[in-house]
Design a protein around this ligand. Structure first.
Ligand SMILES: Cc1ncc(COP(=O)(O)O)c(C=O)c1O
Length: 465
């Protein structure tokens, strides 16, 4: 660590201590709610991703680009429900759609016309021939993997190190593998000539059958050579390669020029079903997600989060030749699939709220935000960079852009740990983990962006001082 980095890191530790103390002093109602919640729910939350130390901030309501916590504190929402709320909170058109569903029936377990209309819109947007509904991103990737296995008659799947695809067993490997477990804390740079040796399949949770790991192989992102070597040696066993076309669970890692195209070619050559996990990128980084933005068409793509206008939904689909296996023995099921509540909200979100003008607005605000962060980083000389991708973007505390998971290990986690309470104390609501990113909604304004940039600029100033 250079003397400069040491000084900035020490300063970050001090800022984190002060800001957390201030945050804890001001969130006593959250602390009380945590003490109640932890009696009925492990970690006091509904999903472990919502937990925080010493307790999470519990929200009460949201409107437009704002949310309020249980202490009555108001924030600008850049967390956006882990990237779901691109429509913002309580958008009048979404409220109307949900009210209409409430009046006319929220659930039948029978396909309705609105379900069909949303399927048509999703197919149109993402260039899919056929699709099916699910209720979450996890179900979408789970069903896509099942369909790919059924269609190819093969069991093994290939995934990218550091990618999260939901919480079903097949993909719960090498998600954010602990660098110490990997034995790579000091060997992040180089020393990984053989991808199979270095990229072990590491379970992300207890409770996954030990021998299930043999069905999941792991390669680094942005390395088509590793995919080629794996396919050359084991291609005939591999049903699918599942990947986020742009990695979004370690900040944001963009595909290098030519990488996705080469992966596409290799999958075609070896008869491997290419699955894009667009749970985060779909309908956020462009109307047509990563498929539109990077111009590469997978065999199957998975969606959830933003496509439901804030309601619970998931979808996956792609070429009819692969989806056809659902007519021929592959089970794709779910009581709530395509329910009219989620489909009404989703249809209005995709056809009336997330219009071409909305994407212009999101793109403009995203660039304004990333450029503001870049200016603050340059002025203060802190080791960081900002990424700008439509409604999504982030600051990563490493000077150079990331190309894969190993680069993420080099990011300075202590700078993030200081930035989070700093921003929250100044009214900017963000996810408490450095693997996440901001999501802007159609209800955010330039003034909201300026508030973020000002708070971040002050943070950089403090850190660099
Ligand atoms: C890329 C990606 N895939 C899948 C999932 C799982 O989605 P869900 O939490 O809706 O099950 C997530 C969730 O964050 C995700 O980021």
């Amino acid at each position: 660590m250079s003397a400069d980095t040491e000084r900035i890191t020490a300063r970050a530790r001090e800022i984190a201590r002060q800001e957390l103390e201030r945050l804890n002093d001001n969130t006593k109602a959250s602390e009380r709610l945590f003490k109640r919640a932890v009696r009925t729910m492990p970690m006091g939350v509904a999903s472990s991703f919502q937990a925080n130390d010493p307790y999470p901030i519990y929200l009460e309501r949201g409107r437009g680009s704002h949310v309020w916590d249980v202490d009555g504190r108001e924030y600008l929402d850049f967390h956006s429900g882990f990237g779901v709320n691109v429509v913002g909170h309580a958008h009048p058109k979404i409220v109307e759609a949900i009210e209409r569903a409430a009046r006319t029936g929220v659930h039948f377990a029978v396909t309705t016309e609105v379900t069909i209309a949303l399927a048509e819109e999703i197919c149109r947007r993402f260039g899919l021939e056929q699709m099916r509904f699910t209720n979450s991103g996890t179900e979408s990737t789970m069903d896509a993997v099942r369909v790919a296995r059924a269609a190819t008659g093969r069991d093994t799947i290939l995934k990218i190190e550091g990618s999260y695809h939901g919480h079903h067993d097949a993909v719960m490997y090498s998600v954010v593998p602990n660098a110490d477990v990997l034995g790579l804390r000091d060997a992040v740079e180089g020393g990984m000539a053989d991808a199979h040796e270095a990229y072990a399949t590491i379970a992300f949770s207890k409770g996954i059958p030990a021998d299930a790991a043999k069905h999941t192989l792991v390669v680094p992102f942005n390395d088509a050579g590793a995919v080629e070597r794996t396919f050359d040696s084991r291609g005939s066993e591999i049903a699918a390669m599942i990947m986020e076309p742009v990695m979004m669970n370690i900040g944001i890692v963009q595909p290098l020029p030519g990488y996705l195209e080469r992966v596409r070619e290799l999958c075609t050559k070896h008869g491997v079903v290419l699955i894009f996990d667009e749970v985060k990128s779909g309908a956020t980084i462009a109307a047509g997600g990563a498929i539109e933005r990077f111009g590469v068409q997978p065999d199957l793509a998975c969606f959830a989060k933003a496509i439901g206008g804030g309601t619970t939904i998931g979808a996956f689909g792609g070429v009819a030749s692969v989806m056809d296996i659902i007519n021929n023995g592959a089970a794709q099921l779910g009581t709530f699939n395509g329910n009219p509540l989620s489909c009404r909200a989703g249809l209005v979100a995709l056809t009336e709220v997330l219009t071409p003008d909305a994407y212009d607005h999101l793109g403009k605000l995203g660039t304004l935000l990333a450029e503001g962060c870049r200016r603050a980083i340059a002025d203060s000389g802190i080791p960081a960079h900002a990424v700008d991708l439509g409604a999504k973007g982030c600051v990563s505390y490493r000077p150079e852009p990331l190309t894969n998971y190993r680069d993420f290990l080099e990011a300075n986690a202590e700078l993030f740990a200081a930035s989070w309470p700093w921003m929250v104390n100044r009214g900017i609501f963000m996810t408490p983990g450095d693997e996440e990113q901001w999501t802007i909604s159609v209800q955010h304004s330039e003034e909201d962006i300026r508030a973020y940039v000002d708070a971040f600029g002050e943070f950089c100033g403090e850190l660099g001082a």
